[in-house]
Design a protein around this ligand. Sequence first.
Ligand code: AMP
Ligand code: ZN
Ligand code: FE
Ligand code: FE
Length: 276
Amino acid sequence: MKQRIDLHLHTTRSDGARTPAELLDYVRDRRLVGFSVTDHDTIDGFRDIKAMLVEGDPELIPGVELSCSGPNGDLHMLAYCFDPDHPELASALEDFRERRNQRGQKMVQRLNDLGLQVNYETVVGCAAGAPVGRPHVAEALVELGIVSDFDTAFHKYLGDHAPAFVPKENMSPEEAIDLIHACQGLAVVAHPMIHKAVDSVEALSEKGLDGIEAWHPDHRQSDVDRLKHMAERFDLLITGGSDYHGRGGRNGSVGSEPVGVEIIQKLSAAAQRRRG
Ligand code: AMP
Ligand code: ZN
Ligand code: FE
Ligand code: FE
């Protein structure tokens, strides 16, 4: 059987429902040979898991999913193989956290304006130290009995076109590429079929983009084929993963995408070349 990896995973350190320890257990159970924890705008989960690894565990490569503001709205930029101790990264991630916390407060204000009794402290409690995201607001709405379940919270209030949604205002994809390169990493556009990020790939490849995510639960086989062709045409790496958040539903399960171990080898080689 092909040796599998999963390069797109979330934990409770951002907006996943499973702790780093639980995620590591799943990765071990699925017998993956490599993985990357790509929490939104934080590497706390990566650090936790790195400290838990023992001899014989699958290879963990540094990862993070940066929230960028692109021409079509949200664009998620994955970074891999960077230096996790780079000071520029630490300072950028602090800024992301601050902006997420401010946006969380704005969403609570919107909910209050809609007549709902939500306070920001409940959201912060749900985030449990993570930079605040919509899933934490959704959990708070469930906890307070305002909605019956998580998906309803998105449907009625927090989804991209729902009344309490507040867009993130973040760095551009080009700025993210420069930041990632300054930290000696590789920049990869996440799930390009979401928010039409695919339309930006050609221009970003001229700005030094290293890769695109081809395998993702939201991509149909025809999308995967199209993205593979694009990668060849613009000389980009391809990556993939489940985008596991531990809640079932819209995301995949750990190791659910057919990503082979050779992808890690290609990423590592490209990162080496970048370091010179
Ligand atoms: P944020 O980065 O704070 O805008 O939150 C985005 C996260 O919310 C995504 O990574 C998903 O985990 C989750 N999400 C976004 N839209 C939905 C939706 N319609 N239903 C359920 N979860 C969603
Ligand atoms: Zn998420
Ligand atoms: Fe994403
Ligand atoms: Fe993700």
